[in-house]
Design a binder for this molecule. Structure first.
Ligand code: HEM
Length: 437
């Protein structure tokens, strides 16, 4: 008993110490904003994430009254989304999807006062409005994106009958808030993103706010939790790395080589810590392979009008490293604007523009070049490790077509061979590795 108590006490005091460290680091980053363009972009990303990183969204308690019912709608509908056994009969699935969408429409109609919502969103969107803090916008984005994905698929696991739809009419209650969110956050996709569906889908205690496996087993709930939590915890580890990256840029530009070297050494250590966390936690206990694809990944897809859904590729750590180290091809501005909020893109673009490896080559300091190359090989090794691990998750599901959430790789008929997806992923990986010179 004493041991359990002391373990718990040490767990909570460590958690508090880590929280304190993280908020101290965040305030330092925000203070450093005027030191360099890259530093200002990093500060801007934090400010637009609730003065925190990883982002700190807030939910219904921070929204104006007219918007709060959306939270209630989600919680009322969530238990009806997942089923234990999927039907393989398209006609039966059509009935289930339509029934689920009618339920969405009825509950939205019952709870949401649309004229009130319009008026409130108009008021919240005025540049001088303080009706909804940015953290509230993040939570609201997560809520509406979760509702839109729920409506889009109707049932979970997602089924071929829904995948084969090319377009879809959403209820007004889900369409009207969307452009306001798009403008406020600076995204263009009609569906969710890694930010809305994972980063912003937590409360202050890191519990999922808009669940998709309500009423299923503990294994389902755990897999759902880790499908988002791993991305968030990786960002806990990445925060010191971002600061070191930003500092290294500044030091190198000022020709302060000793400080560049010591900062890049720290950045290499940070990178190692983040990747270690990934390797340790992407395991079959946290993320059960037979559950992940049908119950977690499917919901993240979109595919309507050829638009991609959420992909692991939208996470900030790997995009930051690719941008910092010049690992091409970078997504086009248009592609990236679909899913990455403007402040995240501005941070990445500032790193791409600086192009540190190019600058290091021009300045010709061997040690700086070596440390950057070392980060590149860490990233390369991580990509190969991730590829190996993710293959365990490509299980066959008879009720659906092959689909990677990020690439909308859907095949009509659903009998495309099982290797197709893995080959597609290997292709993606080899392009990246070729570019990682
Ligand atoms: C939670 C467990 C995870 C699973 C099961 C998983 C699985 C996958 C799958 C199937 C893909 C390819 C399909 C797609 O684009 O949607 C993918 C892509 C990707 N994932 Fe993950 N992933 C996981 C966690 C992570 C984490 C924590 C990171 C980042 C630290 C990450 C980073 C990436 C990246 C960057 C890509 C794009 C390909 C690339 O650039 O190499 N994934 N992941």
């Amino acid at each position: 008993m004493t041991t359990l108590l002391s373990r718990l006490t040490s767990f909570f005091s460590n958690a508090t110490a880590n929280d304190d460290e993280a908020s101290y680091l965040c305030s330092q980053i925000i203070q450093d904003a005027d030191q360099h363009l890259v530093a200002s972009r990093l500060a801007e990303m934090l400010k637009n994430s609730g003065n925190a990183w990883p982002p700190k969204p807030t939910h219904a308690e921070s929204w104006p009254d007219a918007l709060k019912p959306y939270y209630t709608v989600y919680q009322r509908i969530a238990p009806f989304l997942p089923v234990h056994e999927s039907s393989l009969d398209d006609a039966e699935n059509r009935i289930l999807i339509d029934k689920s969408r009618s339920l969405f429409a009825a509950v939205l109609d019952e709870e949401v006062d649309l004229p009130d919502v319009c008026e409130t969103l108009e008021a919240c969107s005025q540049s001088d409005s303080d009706l909804m803090p940015i953290s509230g916008w993040l939570g609201f984005y997560s809520c509406i994106a979760s509702l839109r994905h729920g409506y889009r698929w109707g049932i979970l696991p997602v089924v071929r009958e829904a995948q084969n739809e090319k377009s879809l009419q959403f209820p007004h209650e889900l369409d009207i808030p969307w452009p306001y969110i798009q403008r406020r956050l600076g995204i263009t996709s009609p569906g969710g993103s890694m930010s809305s569906n994972s980063y912003y889908n937590f409360d202050a205690n890191r519990n999922i706010v808009y669940p998709i496996t309500a009423g299923l087993s503990e294994e389902h709930n755990r897999t759902e939790l880790w499908n988002s939590l791993l991305f968030v915890e990786i960002e806990d580890k990445a925060l010191p790395l971002y600061r070191h990256i930003s500092k290294a840029v500044q030091f190198l530009e000022n020709d302060d080589i000793p400080s560049t070297i010591s900062t890049l050494q720290k950045a290499n250590d940070d990178c190692k810590a983040a990747f270690k966390h990934f390797y340790e936690n992407m395991n079959d206990f946290n993320l059960v392979p037979s559950i992940w694809l049908p119950y977690c990944q499917g919901f993240q897809g979109w595919t309507l009008e050829g638009i991609n859904g959420v992909s692991g590729g939208q996470n900030m750590l790997i995009r930051t490293l690719d941008s910092f180290l010049g690992v091409r091809p970078w997504p086009t501005e248009e592609e990236e604007a679909l899913h990455l909020p403007l402040a995240q893109r501005n941070w990445l673009n500032s790193l791409r523009k600086f192009d540190i490896r190019e600058v290091a080559n021009q300045k010709g300091n061997e040690e700086v070049i070596k440390l950057l190359d070392h980060m590149v090989s860490q990233l390369r090794l991580w990509r190969m490790g991730h590829m190996r691990k993710m293959q365990r998750y490509q299980v066959h599901r008879p009720e659906r077509n092959k689909m990677t959430a990020g690439k909308s790789l859907v095949r009509d008929g659903g009998v495309a061979d099982d290797g197709a997806m893995v080959n597609h992923l290997k292709e993606m990986l080899s392009v990246r590795l070729r570019e990682t010179k």
